[in-house]
Design a protein. Structure first.
Length: 55
């Protein structure tokens, strides 16, 4: 069973995380080549900004 999400990350889309005041996406290992090889992809400092980058 997976761990429960931290309170600050609840309500966010899957694989998103709020860390150090910014939103990041964690791509799956086998798809990292599509995300420039990054294990943490920066989405933005605010939630609306993160959704704009995600779309």
């Amino acid at each position: 069973m997976p761990r429960k999400r931290l309170p600050e990350n609840r309500g966010l889309p899957a694989r998103w995380k709020l860390q150090h005041g910014a939103y990041y996406y964690l791509p799956p290992r086998d798809l990292r080549h599509l995300w420039d090889g990054k294990s943490w992809f920066f989405l933005g400092h605010t939630l609306p900004e993160a959704y704009k980058v995600w779309v």
